[in-house]
Design a protein around this ligand. Structure first.
Ligand SMILES: Nc1ncnc2c1ncn2[C@@H]1O[C@H](COP(=O)(O)OP(=O)(O)OP(=O)(O)O)[C@@H](O)[C@H]1O
Ligand SMILES: [Mg+2]
Length: 365
């Protein structure tokens, strides 16, 4: 237990006493872990950070930091660093003064404070900007100051709520790298909130997918993408092809036979299905669908004939839209550009196939 940094235990939050925007949340985060909360707008991500930081009261349940209940600890005594989307720097203070501010209330000698500010200016590579004011910096530089200011008193836990949301794509990627570098070097625990699933997949040890105040799945990035537990996660993370169907039979190897039309059925992996599930949602990632598997000597459990509706050139790959099952289904396939695709054209009949292990039969709910 001792290496758990943060624990949400049956945490509920209602702002109006009627609607719960966080519903009996349980979540344990290890010391040094980088956990991202990902989910649609209004799903309760910021609320969770506010409860943890102490800016909102918990309606019921408890949050523990290092095993201690924090409900009655005032925010500034929780020793939590925070970074938000709008940098919230003090405009009338220089960058060095902004960094020194969180140290003001700490018992440290003047020389130690100065050394500490310099260390963090160095870490975010803004030493030469120490005497400038925030409005003399670019967006990315301001965000680096905000990051350094959150880290300067060396909190063991840092909360970041869409810290890179205001930056353009290149700068965002550069800052993602810098945050990861600091995290690796300094070893603090991070709870990070983002809308951007690529950011979540590339930065996190684990990702918690939120929907309406409930965690739908919490997993490492690879598991989350390749093995979604339910329909919501399959649709929310990455691109997803789907078919709806009825279960015909369960096999001993963990697969199910699913009827998708009067005459067609698909073999798929049963995921958390119960005996009472009859309708299922089949989820297959675009890169797991194989075009003309027979031509490439790839054995597939599921093979259908389809028509190419559209081919879109993306640069490094092609996106191919194919209809099948009498046009009742449409799949997207991604074909690497290195592939020989010259003989593909719109309107052409092709076969498409996939392995049952790559096709997840999920509860419809
Ligand atoms: N201070 C508040 N008073 C009343 N309702 C609030 C308050 N703050 C948030 N809410 C409501 O609680 C729900 C969750 O909001 P929250 O800000 O936690 O969502 P979020 O997941 O961070 O969304 P976003 O991705 O848009 O930032 C929303 O329905 C929101 O309207
Ligand atoms: Mg938010």
């Amino acid at each position: 237990m001792s290496n758990i940094c943060v624990k949400f235990d049956q945490v509920k939050k209602s702002y109006d006493g009627k609607v719960f925007v966080v519903k009996a949340l349980n979540l344990a985060i290890k010391q040094g872990e980088f956990v991202t909360m990902l989910g649609p707008s209004g799903s309760g991500k910021t609320t969770c950070l506010m409860l943890l930081a102490g800016f909102e009261d918990i309606t019921s349940g408890e949050i523990y930091v290092n095993g201690k209940a924090i409900r009655h600890t005032t925010p500034h005594k929780r020793n939590i660093g925070m970074v938000f989307q709008n940098y919230a720097l003090f405009p009338h203070m220089t960058i060095a003064e902004n960094l020194a501010y969180p140290l003001k209330f700490r018992k440290m000698s003047k020389a130690d404070k100065k050394a500490r500010v310099n260390k963090y200016l160095d870490l975010v590579e803004l030493q030469s900007f120490a005497n400038r004011y925030p409005n003399q910096l670019s967006g990315g530089q301001k965000q680096r100051v905000a990051l350094a200011r959150a880290l300067v008193y060396e909190p063991q836990l840092v909360l970041m709520d869409e810290p890179l949301g205001a930056l353009d794509k290149n700068l965002r990627e550069q800052m993602q790298y810098e945050i990861k570098k600091l995290h690796k070097m300094l070893g603090f625990t991070v709870i990070y909130v983002t809308h951007d699933q690529t950011e979540a997949l590339t930065m996190s040890d684990r990702i918690a997918v939120f929907e309406q105040g409930v965690i739908q799945q919490i997993s490492d990035p690879k598991t989350l993408y390749e093995r979604p537990d339910n329909k919501f996660v399959a649709e929310f993370i990455g691109e997803n092809n789907h078919l709806n169907g009825h279960i015909e039979s369960h096999q001993d190897d963990g697969t199910v036979q699913v009827k998708v039309t009067e005459n067609d059925s698909v073999s798929a992996l049963a995921v958390n299905l119960t005996a009472s599930d009859t309708k299922v949602y089949l989820s297959i990632r675009p890169e797991k669908v194989i075009l003309n598997p027979d031509k490439h000597n790839i054995a597939c459990d599921n093979i259908f004939t389809g028509i190419i509706k559209q081919i879109i050139y993306i640069g490094d790959h092609l996106r191919i839209y194919i209809t099948f099952l009498n046009e009742s289904a449409e799949f997207i396939i991604k074909q690497p550009n290195s592939f020989k695709f010259d003989d593909l054209e719109e309107g052409q009949a092709v076969t498409l196939g996939w392995l049952s292990k790559d096709c997840r039969a999920l509860q419809i709910s």
